[in-house]
Design a protein around this ligand. Structure first.
Ligand code: CA
Length: 233
């Protein structure tokens, strides 16, 4: 029997969902704020999460982001309004699907069945994304299998090192990474002191991606290094 964790602060909706899901033969657990939701997601190891975005304590986006560090549990987000930026951010943070409230329960049930059928790398395994998983942020995609990068289906030509750097940054989406870490992990050796090379390559990437497409993907984090996060200008 699949166990579904419902994270929803509106008790009427949470109760309605629990009743409907139990009627369908699922086991359910409920959490009423983001912090409780994150704790239960980690401790109960559910098979699927229904995650409201507007939550007290921790937002649904933040719950999603933190969970994705070590879990590939399917997540279906619930958004109160037809807010495109919330959905995009949620999907960028690793949610599998979303539904806009109010929704038909039959549609949610159908999406739950689809999400539960998808093969998973391993329940809450502490593993990085699969080797050839295509990385996406907005219209930007990076395919490690074919070594290609596209913006809105338009290919972007990168050198091997630029590609490796972008891939590393995208894999650490939303996390600040230091120049030293980039040197060690992307260049593959302890580069004695000279972190200028990182700045140079970051500039190459910005000139090939951010400048021509009017987006902002690589943020400078003062006195730390850089962070990948996707923003439309
Ligand atoms: Ca809510």
């Amino acid at each position: 029997m699949s166990r579904i964790l419902i994270v929803e602060d509106e008790r009427k909706i949470a109760r309605f969902l629990a009743l409907e899901l139990e009627h369908e033969g699922y086991e359910t657990e409920t959490a009423y704020d983001g912090r409780e939701g994150l704790e239960k997601a980690l401790s109960l190891d559910p098979d699927l999460l229904i995650l409201d975005l507007m939550l007290p304590e921790l937002s649904g986006i933040e719950v999603c982001r933190r969970l994705r560090h070590g879990s590939d549990v399917p997540i279906i987000m619930l958004t109160a309004k037809d807010d495109v930026s919330d959905k995009v951010m949620g999907l960028d943070m690793g949610a599998d699907d979303y539904m806009t409230k109010p929704f038909a329960i039959e549609e949610l049930l159908a999406r739950i069945r689809v999400a539960l059928r998808k093969p998973r790398a391993g329940k809450t395994a502490n593993m990085p994304a699969e080797k050839d998983t295509v990385l996406r942020a907005g219209e930007l995609t990076l395919d490690p299998g074919s070594y290609t990068v596209h913006y809105a289906n338009e290919p972007i030509s990168l050198t091997k090192k630029e590609f490796d750097l972008l891939r590393y940054l995208m894999e650490h989406h939303g996390k600040a990474v230091s120049r030293d870490d980039l040197l060690t992990d992307v260049w593959g050796y302890d580069y004695a002191g000279d972190t200028n090379v990182v700045d140079v390559y970051i500039r190459y990437l910005r000139n090939k991606i951010d400048v021509p497409y009017g987006i902002k993907t690589i943020q400078t984090i003062r006195s730390v290094g850089y962070m990948f996060s996707y923003e439309e200008e």
